[in-house]
Design a protein around this ligand. Structure first.
Ligand code: MN
Length: 509
């Protein structure tokens, strides 16, 4: 049997640090359920001390994970961070505190203003304190990729001596070459006493497009935990993509003496879900989960694949769940069929909540005859978004055409249940609708990006709109909306982004 490599997914912590990708506690639990279906070993659910919402998210993920996954919370090597992480993890059956400190020259002198001795002392204190609160403690040596190897060994030794159960050697800035990084991991594996009794982890960033190569180099050098995110989401250019590292290990398990327990047929669904929730689209040529990952267009390639798939395709699309969804439901499907299918997709609802979803399902099913899994996911997320929203779009009427002045009449309900009816004109139907929303909300923001996409095939497909807005303080928010009518989708997406902007500013107080 090859070595089991643990997959720590940090989509909910490092991933949501991507600009515009922050997730509400409710959205995090939706993603966490999918991570459980994927079979990840550890869910890093958030950074509890950073905000009340993140604290709640960690607690909620802890309560749904049960014994199916370890739930981890991030902290700095500061007592109040660690206490807060432990508190948030009280709901978890298998809690892990992640704590750590910068170990590169620039982190120590420019950021921390600490000497090497002080960093070692701080490490010992933080790990020992975390260890007094939970059994499972992961220590990260931040910016290890640019650290002095001898000093790194010294810090890691302190963490191991203080009781760390996992040691993470991150290339925080995505600076290393794979062989350099591998050598660093090997040095720690060789020189630290007692390292055989702890798990060695790799955490890489994609600043040079090497995140997956770095993680693989680490696995070759003895790492048995890889930290990664769905779609490679994360700070700056992102983290190692879960789908890439998992499939690379799967294709080369013998050479690497490694395997993971990931259910690969869930990879495509997980990718789409995270993209939909964060509003961050996946590039078409993205490995494993991109729209073109299994598309062949040149004549020579098509001819080859028709003769034998293996000529130009190393992965069977079915292996990663990319073979397309089947038609499953229609307007004639009853309550039981819908409830059953939603359960299979991992969603369960109270009766009252389910009624709302069923009604929305019927509307969609009336308009388009075939309802796909992707449509259902979109209905559920739309519904859940509406429930917690500050502003909701009740109705939208648009007049446009040539030669007409585009005019929107929007009915918007605020969180107090008050109805606002506004009418505006614009340069086009979307502009008119957005100006109507602005009138009600009364907060300025700047529209940066606007994209329309069909969720499923066919001209009657639900049109999904993604927008990106910048608030006056420069923070970025994504929003998403789905409807058969793309102008309605556009308005919903904009309201969604505005709601996130308001929620975030309230959460900051
Ligand atoms: Mn990171």
């Amino acid at each position: 049997m090859t070595r089991k490599i643990d997959i720590l997914d940090t989509t909910l912590r490092d991933g949501e640090q991507s600009p515009g990708c922050s997730m509400s506690p409710q959205e995090k639990t939706i993603v966490a359920r999918e991570l459980i279906r994927l079979g990840v070993d550890v869910i890093e659910a958030g950074f509890p001390v950073s905000s009340p919402n993140d604290f709640r998210a960690v607690s909620e993920v802890g309560s749904i994970a049960g014994d199916k996954a370890i739930v981890a919370a991030f902290s700095r090597a500061i007592e109040k961070d660690i206490d807060c992480a432990a508190e948030a993890l009280k709901t978890a059956a298998r809690p892990r505190i992640i704590t750590g400190i910068g170990v590169s020259p620039t982190h120590m002198s420019d950021k921390l203003h600490m000497s090497e001795d002080e960093v070692v002392e701080c490490t010992t204190k933080a790990v020992a304190h975390a260890k007094s609160l939970v059994d499972d403690v992961e220590f990260y040596a931040e910016d290890a990729g640019r650290a002095d190897a001898d000093f790194l060994v010294r810090v890691v030794q302190a963490a191991v001596d203080a009781g760390a159960t996992v040691i993470n050697i991150p290339d925080t800035t995505g600076f290393c070459l794979p062989e350099e990084y591998g050598a660093l991991i090997a040095a720690v594996a060789e020189c630290v006493k007692g390292i055989d009794d702890v798990k060695l982890a790799v955490h890489a960033h994609n600043d040079l497009g090497l995140a997956t190569a770095l993680a693989l180099a680490g696995v070759r050098s003895g790492a048995t935990q890889v930290e990664c995110t769905i779609n490679g989401l994360g700070e700056r250019a992102g983290n190692t993509a879960l789908e890439e590292i998992v499939m690379a290990i799967r294709m080369h398990g013998d050479e690497l003496d490694a395997h993971t327990d990931i259910v690969t047929s869930e990879l495509t669904r997980a990718s789409r879900l995270v993209s939909r929730i964060t509003g961050m689209s996946v590039q078409a040529n993205k490995a494993i989960v991109g729209a073109n990952a299994f598309a062949h267009s040149s004549g020579i390639h098509q001819d080859g694949v028709l003769k034998s798939r293996s000529t130009y395709e190393i992965i069977d699309p079915a292996e990663v769940g990319a073979s397309g969804s089947d038609i499953i439901l229609s307007a004639r499907s009853g309550h039981a069929a819908l409830r059953h299918r939603l359960q299979e997709l991992g969603y369960t609802f109270e009766d009252q909540e389910f009624e709302g979803i069923y009604e929305r399902f019927l509307e969609i099913a009336d308009q388009k005859k075939e309802v796909y899994d992707e449509d259902l996911e979109s209905i559920v997320q739309e519904f859940q978004r509406d429930v917690s929203a500050i502003y909701t779009l009740k109705a939208l009427q648009i007049q446009c055409g040539d030669p007409l002045v585009p005019t929107a009449v929007a009915t918007i309900i605020d969180e107090n249940g008050e109805t606002h009816v506004v009418s505006t004109t614009g340069t086009g139907p979307v502009d008119a609708a957005y100006k109507a929303i602005d009138k009600v909300v009364g907060i300025e923001s700047d529209l940066q990006e606007f994209a329309v996409k069909a969720i499923t095939r066919g001209i009657d497909a639900i049109g999904e709109v993604t927008v990106r807005i910048t608030a006056q303080d420069g923070r970025v928010y994504n929003g998403r909306g789905a409807d058969n009518d793309i102008i309605v989708s556009s308005a919903k997406a904009y309201i969604n982004a505005v709601n996130r902007m308001i929620e975030a500013s309230r959460a900051r107080g």
